[in-house]
Design a protein around this ligand. Structure first.
Ligand SMILES: [Zn+2]
Length: 207
C-alpha cells in the first residue's frame, strides 16, 4: 500500500480517548453523498460551536486524497497530502458500503473510521505508540461489541459484519453505537491477532 507513515511514529497524550481525536467516518460521507469521483469534499470539526479543524479530500474512483495542514506543539505548519484507498463490500440487503483501508504503512486494515491528529490512521495503529495503554483483552472487547450488536438488533458475533439501523433509532445514536461497536471489534481482532502471533502463526502481513 506504500508510504505514509513509513519510518515515523506518532504519539498522543495517553489520557486521550478516541473522543479526543478527529474522526473521519466513511459511512457519514457516503450517507451525505460526498463520495462522488472527481469532486472535492470538505469536512470540519467543531467543539462548543466553534470550528477546531478542517480537511479537504479529492474523491477518486477507488480512493480519497486527504489534503490538510497540521501543527504539533510549537512546530511549523506541515502540509499533508496522501491517498486513502477505499474498499466497497456488499450489504446484506443489497447495495454496497465503503470502507477506508488504513493508510498507515504496513496496516491496510479495513475500517469505517480513521482517527487523526497528524496522520489519519485506524485506532489500532494509533495505539501502537502506546505500550503502556493496553486494550481490554479481546474477549472482553468482543463481548462489549456483542452487547452493542444486541442493542442494534444485529446478528451476534463480531465477524458477522454490520447490519442496518433499527427503525426509530436516531442517526446520532446509531452513529455513536456503530463507532463504539467498530472500536470494540478492532480491539478484539487486534487482541486475537496478537495472541495468534504468540502462538507462533505468522500473520505479519496483516498486523
Ligand atoms: Zn491502521
Amino acid at each position: 500500500m506504500g508510504g505514509i507513515g513509513s519510518g515515523r511514529r506518532w504519539y498522543y497524550d495517553a489520557a486521550e480517548t478516541t473522543d479526543d481525536y478527529l474522526a473521519l467516518d466513511i459511512r457519514r460521507w457516503k450517507r451525505d453523498g460526498l463520495l462522488t469521483p472527481g469532486r472535492w469534499l470538505g469536512w470540519q470539526w467543531s467543539r462548543n460551536g466553534s470550528q477546531i479543524a478542517a480537511i479537504r479530500a479529492r474523491v477518486e474512483t477507488d480512493r480519497v486524497v486527504l489534503v490538510y495542514r497540521h501543527k504539533t506543539g510549537g512546530a511549523d505548519w506541515k502540509d499533508e497530502e496522501y491517498p486513502v484507498y477505499l474498499e466497497w463490500t456488499p450489504c446484506h440487503l443489497g447495495g454496497t458500503r465503503p470502507w477506508f483501508l488504513c493508510p498507515a504503512s504496513g496496516c491496510g486494515r479495513r475500517v469505517a473510521i480513521l482517527y487523526g491528529g497528524g496522520i489519519f490512521a485506524c485506532r489500532h495503529c494509533h495505539e501502537l505508540g502506546y505500550p503502556s495503554q493496553r486494550e481490554p483483552d479481546y474477549e472482553r472487547a468482543a463481548r462489549r461489541a456483542d452487547k452493542i450488536r444486541d442493542r442494534l438488533g444485529w446478528e451476534p458475533g463480531i465477524l458477522n459484519g454490520a447490519g442496518l439501523k433499527p427503525k426509530g433509532m436516531h442517526w446520532r445514536t446509531y452513529d455513536r453505537l456503530t463507532a463504539q461497536h467498530d472500536a470494540f471489534v478492532s480491539a478484539s481482532l487486534a487482541g486475537m491477532a496478537a495472541r495468534v502471533r504468540l502462538l507462533g502463526d505468522s500473520i505479519d502481513d496483516w498486523i
